[in-house]
Design a binder for this molecule. Sequence first.
Ligand SMILES: O=P(O)(O)OC[C@H]1O[C@H](OP(=O)(O)OP(=O)(O)O)[C@H](O)[C@@H]1O
Ligand SMILES: Nc1ncnc2[nH]cnc12
Length: 180
Amino acid sequence: NATDKLSTNFFILKNYIRDIQGFPKEGIVFKDITPLLIDANARKECLGILVSAVKDKKIDKVIGVESRGFFFGMLLAQELNVGFVPVRKPNKLPFDTISASYDLEYGTDTLEIHTDAIQKGDRILIHDDVLATGGTAKAVCELVERLGGVIVQCNFLMEITFLNGREKIAGNEIFAAITY
Ligand SMILES: O=P(O)(O)OC[C@H]1O[C@H](OP(=O)(O)OP(=O)(O)O)[C@H](O)[C@@H]1O
Ligand SMILES: Nc1ncnc2[nH]cnc12
């Protein structure tokens, strides 16, 4: 697709994502981003692609979703010079929280956010590494909306298209640097 072409001029992002068959359960092909994290140049190129997708969008805060959403989420916040907000697994955040539950490709879970992390009208960029079934992203969208935030974009390193995750967060702008 067009995004793949954009990134193939100098750098092929897919070369830094490795398939692990049967992790964490039989039948799952796990997309491992650690080869991307370990390579400083690849990481920089990847960040550039993510940043170019949100240029001029007047983001107030970036949300990173525990745990793999923290890596590029924080880099994005730093690059955009805006706040970073962690959305975390249950009982990890120490202050007042709200929570949302969701189904995962391989289980169910709950996510939490601090109640003072978002002010009404804040323009929020939600970042995670993978859009799979969309359960995680939907739960994060719900948390942002309950706190009165405006979702500017749901931003991912990759989208696993056959799982139709984008249907769960339809109505929001969705960007994925690569698709499978
Ligand atoms: O679209 P979905 O089907 O909801 O799946 C995507 C989510 O699954 C993975 O997280 P995981 O829960 O494995 O946690 P981790 O980031 O801590 O490894 C991934 O990092 C996304 O957050
Ligand atoms: N297949 C997959 N690989 C990596 N992370 C995921 N999160 C949900 N599904 C995943």
